[in-house]
Structures are given as structure tokens and as C-alpha cells.
Design a protein around this ligand. Structure first.
Ligand SMILES: Cc1cc2nc3c(=O)[nH]c(=O)nc-3n(C[C@H](O)[C@H](O)[C@H](O)COP(=O)(O)OP(=O)(O)OC[C@H]3O[C@@H](n4cnc5c(N)ncnc54)[C@H](O)[C@@H]3O)c2cc1C
Ligand code: FES
Length: 270
């Protein structure tokens, strides 16, 4: 059975969702939103989110652009997201309370593709790269597969989210939970044990670039969900481009966010 379905095109324009739960999990906030009329997302797709009120630098000033967030789950007209407060947009979104409105556009972009016959899925990432890997691991389990899930974090506060994922192997930079070191140490061990794998990855650019290099060097196929900075999310501004191995550039918002590691020259640090 396939773990993925062809994504439905997102309806043009934004929809208004409502926060049904906002839960703090360690360093993150997990938001549950209503989205009764939107198409079902596939793992790896993302949404542009904006708070319906208080979204800007003061009453008289221009509102912020919506921000991009990977979907962590979807069921029964509900969507889940996991956010870290790193700037003005995420600060507002992580302060949302039950009943507040959120403008959402999506699902956008291309998600993960199912493993080729006989390839063992190994999911690897960390930080705010966790949401699409959670959704993908659940879809793979539902399709009867047993993916490995390797997650790296700065320390225990960030790693707390992994305690809700029973199959996750954890690495922390400071050794406060799981393996003391980088998640790529866990990936090397997995690939040494069984190189006949396909790697699915999402995380900060430095982590993704290390995973890309490792997989290209070992000729292991890998699909990377990129989280490059985005402005429009629709392919119009070219603010999200990444360099391709064959020359030229791709736009992460419309050509990705999931891209083959072998197609990329590098994962840029922006
Ligand atoms: C496809 C996609 C999926 C994403 N999924 C998630 C998610 O599930 N959860 C989540 O918390 N965030 C996610 N992000 C990142 C999130 O969209 C950005 O962090 C967002 O710009 C934050 O907005 P802000 O106003 O809070 O901070 P900003 O003012 O935009 O930025 C704050 C700080 O973060 C840095 N920064 C912003 N965006 C990025 C980036 N993409 N990569 C590296 N550094 C960056 C800025 O340089 C600045 O230092 C995703 C991004 C993309 C493109
Ligand atoms: S975010 Fe504008 S082109 Fe990709």
C-alpha cells in the first residue's frame, strides 16, 4: 500500500481557522486549528499562517507577511503545527489562545514520495524540522512500514517533544537526553547497519547540508524537506531559491519543499 496520495491543489486565497488547542511542549508550542474546508495535506507540505488579529508592528503599521509552517498532522477537519518562538511572527503565533482566529493558506508544495520497493525508510532531522517527520512516520506506520526515526536537538527542553514519539532515537548537543552528539552520528550507524535505505530529512540548514553530503557520498537516495526563508509562498518573489547540482536554481515553495538531495548543489545557510 502506498503511504502517499497525490496532493490536491490548494484553493486560491486564505481560509480562517480557529485555535482549538495551544499546548506548550518543552521549547515548542503545538497548535491545533480547525480547517473544515481545506484539502487534506500530504506529509512534507506546508501552510502559510497569520494570526487574524494582532498581526503587525502596531495598529497603524503594515501587517507582517504570513509565515511558513510544515504540517505535523491532519484529521477530521483539524490541523496540527509545532512552532518555536524565534521572531515577531512566531512570537504572536505561539501566544495564540483557544478560540482565536488564524488565516491559513495551503497545503502548499510537494510532499515526501513513498520509498521504492525494498528500501527501508530512515527519517532524520530535528528542531522545527520535526513536524513533517512526525506526519510522515505516522503515514508510513499506517501503510504497514517500520521507519527508523532519528531526531536531534540542542538539549532536553527541545527534545521533550520526542518523548511523545515512542520509536524515536534521540541525540542532544549537550548530552542531556539520548546520544551525546549529532543526529548524523545516529544516521551513520543506521546506514552502516543497513545501507539499503532511503533517507527523509528535515531540520536546520546545517543539519540538512550534513545529511545531504553523507547521503550523496554513500549513494543513498534522500529526500530533504527544506525550510528556506520564504516571503510569498507562491513562486512569485524568488526569495526562497536554492542552487541545483546541474546549475540554475529552484524555488523551494513551488518546486519543493521536498527535494532530492542529489538534485541540490548545497543546502544554503539562509
Ligand atoms: C516550508 C517551511 C516550513 C517551516 N516549518 C516550520 C515549523 O514547522 N515550525 C517552525 O517553528 N518554523 C518553521 N519554519 C520556519 C519559519 O517559517 C520561520 O522561522 C519564520 O520566518 C519565523 O518568523 P518570525 O517572524 O518569527 O521570525 P523572523 O523575523 O522571520 O526570523 C527570526 C530569526 O530566524 C531566522 N530565520 C527565519 N527563517 C529562517 C529559516 N527558514 N531558516 C533559518 N533561519 C531563519 C532569521 O534570520 C532570524 O534570525 C518553516 C519554514 C519553511 C520555509
Ligand atoms: S517564497 Fe516567493 S518564490 Fe518562493
Amino acid at each position: 500500500m502506498s503511504a502517499t496520495a497525490e496532493p490536491a491543489a490548494a484553493p486560491f486565497g486564505r481560509r480562517r481557522g480557529v485555535v482549538t488547542t495551544a499546548r506548550k511542549v518543552g521549547a515548542y508550542v503545538v497548535l491545533e486549528l480547525t480547517d473544515r474546508d481545506g484539502p487534506a495535506p500530504v506529509p512534507g507540505q506546508f501552510y502559510m499562517l497569520a494570526a487574524a488579529t494582532g498581526w503587525g508592528a502596531g495598529d497603524d503599521e503594515r501587517p507582517y507577511l504570513p509565515r511558513a509552517f510544515s504540517c505535523m498532522g491532519a484529521a477530521n477537519g483539524r490541523l496540527w503545527f509545532m512552532l518555536e518562538d524565534v521572531g515577531p511572527g512566531t512570537h504572536r503565533l505561539t501566544k495564540l489562545l483557544k478560540g482565536e482566529g488564524v488565516w491559513l493558506t495551503g497545503p502548499l508544495g510537494h510532499g515526501f514520495r513513498a520509498p521504492d520497493e525494498g528500501r527501508r525508510p530512515v527519517l532524520c532531522g530535528g528542531g522545527v524540522g520535526v513536524p513533517p517527520l512526525v506526519m510522515w512516520t505516522n503515514a508510513l506506520h499506517a501503510a504497514g512500514q517500520s521507519p527508523a526515526l532519528l531526531l536531534g536537538f540542542r538539549g532536553r527542553r527541545h527534545a521533550e517533544v520526542a518523548t511523545t514519539l515512542p520509536t524515536a532515537q534521540v541525540a542532544t548537543d549537550d548530552g542531556s537526553m539520548g546520544h551525546h552528539g549529532l543526529v548524523t552520528d545516529l544516521l551513520v550507524a543506521e546506514l552502516d547497519r543497513d545501507p539499503h535505505a532511503v533517507v527523509y530529512a528535515c531540520g536546520p540548514p546545517g543539519m540538512l547540508e550534513a545529511i545531504r553530503g553523507l547521503c550523496v557520498e554513500r549513494a543513498v537516495p534522500a529526500q530533504l524537506a527544506l525550510e528556506a526563508g520564504m516571503a510569498c509562498g507562491f513562486g512569485a518573489c524568488f526569495g526562497c531559491v536554492v542552487p541545483l547540482a546541474e546549475g540554475g536554481y529552484a524555488r523551494v515553495c513551488v518546486d519543493g519543499p521536498v527535494m532530492d538531495a542529489a538534485a541540490l548543489r548545497e543546502v544554503p545557510a539562509h
